[in-house]
Ligand binder design. Sequence first.
Ligand code: PEP
Ligand code: MN
Length: 269
Amino acid sequence: SDEYKMVSKKWKAKPTSIDLGDGILIKDGDMAIIAGPCSIESEEQIKSVIQHLKDNGITMMRGGVFKPRSSPYAFRGLGLEGLILWYNLAREAGIKIVTEVMQVSQIEEMYPYVDIYQVGARNTQNFNLLDELGKVDKAVMIKRGISGTIEELLQSAEYVFSGGNEKLILCERGIRTYERASRNTLDLNAVPILKAKSHLPVIVDPSHGMGIRAYVPQMALAGVMAGADGIIYETHQVPELAYSDGQQTLDFAQSALLADQIRKTFALR
Ligand code: PEP
Ligand code: MN
């Protein structure tokens, strides 16, 4: 098929490793843990999350400063100023930054402060954004589209890879189905299929995939056993007060337990 080629295993048999520096890698045969709030909210919140991550040996922090919200009246993020604040605190702590880029004009202004550009589920098929990220010398994590197929995710990845940026990560974050009992349907079928078809690392996001705090940990562990190379999840010091996605966000005790369980489950694989 010429639908995609360079991201396929036929093109490159050896799994792609993403090296973020300081010995922090995302790669096949390893288990990356990326945790943090849905949105970056304040200096106090950033400090509190960083301390939690450090206490639990987690070296990659997620958080949005440009937020794609369903309602224009919802909190839309602290923007570049928030990213710079976060960057200064994270660098000092040796923690890498994973954050969403929503449009082409943000790529350059975010560049000095980002370790992994996240392409959100609402932007998986923003082909102009993907083209521009193909020209950047920094890692990109592409989330599966809200109603996107596995093949469409790989084709989106092909845009970036064929544009010249091979530092790519795929993320299964749930798809919209007829089922409304959970926010999305986490499609764990995608994990072994993506791993078989592509040389790129695959990360699972059980927070957006499930959308219900109490059930996030078991879906994270299911993702580990499905063969994921990493898990990304939301955590916050007081989830009930989070500016976004509090209903699916773990508190620090739940997060500490989950990080430990992810490592133990991975060891069984
Ligand atoms: C997020 O990671 O907070 C987010 C908005 O994710 P998604 O694009 O998967 O909805
Ligand atoms: Mn979120």
